[in-house]
Design a protein around this ligand. Structure first.
Ligand code: COA
Ligand code: AMP
Length: 636
């Protein structure tokens, strides 16, 4: 077997030869002859003249190979008390029919389809049906409010919206239809049709533009797989950037399929027939890559879980699922285990289950904090593995590669760069820094297959956000360092993106919402440490002259505003009314300093500060309200 080092070196020194070899893993209609090209910004494009269909590679191909009766999906939904097993054969047939239904509504190759669905198998059917037709899907997470959905509809201009009648949270049923209607009303672009999958928990009343999922399926003719160029877009997934407008990350088809297949082998060490469980949501990149596409591409069974780590019904839910479905490889966010640890600190519920099938636990979405790592490492007999990636890359940048060469873990590190990712740490001057020195984490071009190919409808933004800072390198937006053994430590974002319960959010966007309130003169939203969710946002607000002084009322209004505009997932629940915000003499709010104070770090008073007293005010106000770790912050 190859060692990690030899495979990594080959991927960097001979990227074309290395990825041409990996490309043979998947079934192409027309294998690529051009392996690597660069776009105008110097960003890599892979396999451009190859032809395939990812739905064919994940479903039809496996049926042809004799896997038709193997489960493709185990759906487990404690919130509706339902379970279903769907084989590869059944899934292919469902997908072909729904593709036929979409075709009947006029959807063709290149058209966009927005999908707003909870964790039901029909979400996967809808995504694969788009892929089958060559339509570009854009899945929107159910925790986003109508405004967020409308922004995505406006940008993606979908011909059709596919939705469920409702989603189900622990304590409530959430009707989706009013959210969709409101989003379409707010958007100047109007989709031609909506397809509604009716759920018994809350059926939706259908209007003139709406079609019932089951009725369409009963009349549809199955559609075949359309040949796609490897570089054709498979999906657009919106993610938070530093401004109010989310970024539509565009994924290609061929590079993505190759990268995912490779990762299932070398990172996750799963083979056809194994069961893979990723406890995320189809609305996030983890869901796209490791619930929907990668497991089926590899011929594995994927577990689709409509429930929470706790409360559905208890903190033993994950252990139950692992035992019930014989899960070999399990993936979730550290915040889920912090929630479990809170409710079952000694891990007693684990004793009720036999999880000997499990070979490794993978965590990502945010840094695996050392206390959670140690708790899991003590509790479990399998490796507990942090790995680091982002919506943009689509698959892990750094990991402990279980199928290639498992390595000793180090708490706080995502281990080593995955073959294909030439990760470097650069200082402000753009020069590489030495071991143990912190800097910007960048990826030297060519980035491997599977990563974003652009920002939907905004090529300039792609260049500005990722390629402009250090020519020849992709800017990840994370800071970190590499130690003497080559282990990568990610320390956090260097921009206005925060990570709340494994969900990526923009403080810039929240500031835009808060700043629009009639009583707010100025504001800053920062992410502060939270023991359960990793980070939560806090708004620091200066009211306008003439404000009536009812701070409690203002705080409530601002909290409601963010919830209604961005959604409950923003977790915006704390507002602090202050007299002044620390600023430079040129008027720039010192956000990094505010974050340091909130996170209990030592802070100095910068020479550029306009009014040093403002810093102490904010510090004292945070301490008084016990926000973050401000009580530990010390002026030096
Ligand atoms: N649809 C509608 N609302 C949703 C939602 C969805 N799909 N997901 C979350 N929400 C709502 C929640 O109900 C909650 O509402 P509330 O303010 O009325 O309580 C709010 O959004 C915040 O949700 P969340 O941050 O998830 O908090 P929680 O207390 O409900 O759950 C955890 C906490 C840790 C259990 C949960 O966040 C979790 O499982 N996180 C893992 C995240 C993950 O898998 N990320 C993907 C990357 S791997
Ligand atoms: P998302 O695009 O939602 O996957 O969020 C990506 C961001 O989450 C990264 O840029 C990091 O800031 C953070 N992140 C994800 N996984 C990790 C990890 N394993 N360690 C540290 N940060 C992580």
């Amino acid at each position: 077997m190859d060692s990690y080092r030899s495979q990594f070196n080959r991927s960097i020194e001979q990227p074309e030869a290395f990825w041409a070899e990996q490309a043979r893993r998947i079934p192409w209609f027309q294998p690529p002859t051009t392996i690597l090209e660069y776009d105008d910004t110097g960003h890599a494009r892979w396999f451009v003249d190859g032809e395939l269909n990812i739905c064919h590679a994940a479903l039809d191909f496996h049926v042809e190979q004799g896997r038709g009766d193997q489960p493709a999906i185990y759906w487990d939904s404690p919130v509706t008390d339902s379970k279903r097993t769907i084989t590869f054969g059944e899934m292919r047939d469902q997908v072909a029919l729904f593709a036929g239904a979409l075709k009947g509504l006029g959807v063709e190759k290149g058209d966009r389809v927005v999908i707003y669905m909870p964790m039901v198998p029909e979400a996967l059917v809808a995504m694969y049906a788009c892929a089958r037709l060559g339509a570009v899907h854009s899945v929107v997470f159910g925790g986003f409010a109508p405004h967020e959905l409308s922004v995505r509809i406006e940008d993606a201009e979908p011909k059709v919206v596919v939705a469920a009648s409702c989603g189900i949270e622990v304590d409530r049923v959430l009707p989706y239809k009013p959210i969709i209607d409101k989003a379409i009303e707010q958007s100047t672009y109007k989709p031609q049709a909506c397809v509604i999958f009716q759920r018994e928990q809350q059926r939706a009343e259908l209007g003139a533009r709406d079609h019932d999922w089951s009725a369409l399926m009963s009349e549809a003719q199955p559609a075949g797989c359309v040949a796609m160029k490897a570089s054709d877009p498979l999906y657009v997934l919106y993610t938070s950037g530093t401004t109010g407008k989310p970024k539509g990350v565009v994924r290609d088809t061929g590079g993505y399929a190759v990268a995912l297949h490779y990762s299932m082998d070398v990172i996750y060490d799963v083979a056809p027939g194994d069961v893979f469980f990723s406890a995320s949501d189809v609305g996030w990149v983890v869901g796209h890559s490791y619930i929907v596409y990668a497991p089926l591409l590899r011929g594995c069974t994927t577990v689709v879980y409509e429930g929470k780590p706790v409360m559905t019904p208890d903190a033993g839910a994950f252990w139950r699922l692992i035992e019930a479905y014989g899960v070999k490889s399990f993936f979730t966010a550290p915040t889920a285990f912090r929630a479990i640890k809170k409710q079952d600190p000694d891990g007693k519920l684990l004793a009720q289950y036999d999880i000997s099938c499990l070979k490794a636990l993978f965590l990502a979405g945010e840094r695996l904090d050392p206390p959670t790592y140690h708790w899991l490492d003590d509790l479990l007999e399998v490796p507990v593995l942090d790995h680091w990636w982002q919506t943009e890359t689509g698959w892990p940048i750094a990991a402990n590669l279980q199928g290639l060469e498992p390595m000793p873990t180090k708490a706080g590190s995502a281990t080593v760069p995955v073959p294909g990712f030439n990760v470097q740490i650069l200082g402000r001057d753009g020069q590489q820094v030495g071991a143990m020195r912190q800097g910007s984490v960048v990826i030297k071009q060519p980035m491997p297959p599977g990563c974003l190919i652009g920002i939907w409808s905004d090529p300039q933004r792609f260049h500005d956000a990722y390629m402009a800072a250090f020519p020849g390198y992709y800017l990840t937006g994370d800071g970190g360092y590499i130690d003497e053994d080559g282990y990568l430590f990610i320390l956090g974002r260097t921009d206005d993106v925060i990570n709340v319960a494994g969900h990526r959010l923009s403080t810039g966007e929240m500031e835009e919402v808060v700043g629009a309130h009639r009583a707010v003169a100025e504001c800053a939203v920062i992410g502060i440490h939270d023991a359960l969710k990793g980070q939560v946002p806090v708004g620091l607000v200066i009211p306008k002259d003439g404000f009536n002084g009812d701070e409690a009322q203002l705080e409530k209004e601002l909290i409601d505003l963010v919830r209604n505009r961005i959604g409950p997932v923003a977790c915006f629940k704390q507002v602090l009314v202050v007299d002044k915000l620390p600023k430079t003499r040129s008027g720039k709010i010192l956000r990094k300093l505010l974050r340091n104070i909130a996170d209990g770090k030592e802070f100095g008073i910068p020479s550029t500060i306009d009014d040093p007293a403002s810093l102490q005010d904010v510090h004292d106000a945070m301490r008084e309200r016990s926000l973050g770790l401000a009580h530990e912050a010390r002026q030096v």
